[in-house]
Design a protein around this ligand. Structure first.
Ligand SMILES: [Mg+2]
Length: 248
């Protein structure tokens, strides 16, 4: 059950697309989460929706995902807008890739090897590699939740440069100095109202920035949030965006 205290978004009261900048998470927001990151299915209308959004906002549409940039781009080959990956550790801006200073570093590779070794010993666990981090997924082995969480927290300890971050049925190790809120903060402009859509705990930092800027924050699915509106699932995100484009 969705908490009734967070109302549904009302696209009739949103700024017109020409006055908005749209920030979109990917997994769980535009596409349904699958048992493994590679198993997602791109909805038929999504490429066209992003195309129309780019056109109507004069290209003010940015994808901000936990995935690596190339991973998002591989699933959305027609999307020509900017993409931030690894929660902001990597970006593709005007088709040019920018990487975090820890990308490919010995430090990151050490964490990746440790998580790979853990996965090899724990059936159902899955390792997702990123340029500047690694994710330990346990969606296929939910009994591992406590063990995997303790393992990752112990591994990271008080590293300082890298932090452990809980996600949906996963534990992520990422650079300490990146989060989606910082990305949105950098991209805010005084002449446009920000809209941010996200489903996970990593999106809350971006909701905070968008709320402070007088924008519209949309939480997808259940769970505590500081977003001011909520929809139930990715299909509802796409519908509300289409409604906005048709009505404004
Ligand atoms: Mg997500």
């Amino acid at each position: 059950m969705l908490k009734a205290s967070v109302p549904k978004p009302d696209p009739l009261n949103w700024p017109r697309p020409a006055q908005a900048c749209v920030f979109l998470d990917f997994d769980g927001t535009l596409v349904d989460i699958a048992l493994a990151p590679d198993a997602i299915v791109i909805p038929d209308d999504l490429p066209q929706l992003l195309h129309v959004l780019l056109a109507r906002t004069q290209r003010h549409v940015t994808l901000i995902s936990g995935r690596a940039v190339y991973d998002v781009a591989m699933h959305l080959p027609e999307f020509s807008g900017d993409i931030y990956g690894g929660h902001g550790a990597q970006s593709r801006i005007d088709a040019k890739i920018h990487n975090h200073h820890l990308a490919g570093s010995t430090r990151v590779r050490w964490f990746q090897t440790a998580v790979r070794d853990y996965v090899a010993d724990h059936p159902g666990a899955l390792a997702e590699m990123k340029d500047a981090g690694v994710v330990l997924h346990y969606r296929n082995a939910p009994d591992l939740a406590d063990d995997a969480t303790a393992f990752v927290q112990g591994l990271v300890g008080d590293d300082g440069d890298m932090v452990a971050h809980p996600a949906k049925m996963a534990m992520e190790i990422k650079p300490a100095d990146v989060d989606k809120g910082q990305v949105v903060e950098r991209l805010l402009s005084t002449d446009r109202i920000p809209l941010f859509f996200g489903d996970d705990t990593t999106d809350e930092a971006a909701f905070a920035v968008v709320n402070d800027a007088g924008g519209i924050s949309v939480k997808v699915g259940d769970g505590d949030t500081i977003a001011t509106t909520r929809v139930a699932h990715p299909g509802a995100v796409r519908k509300v965006l289409w409604d906005w484009l048709h009505e404004s």
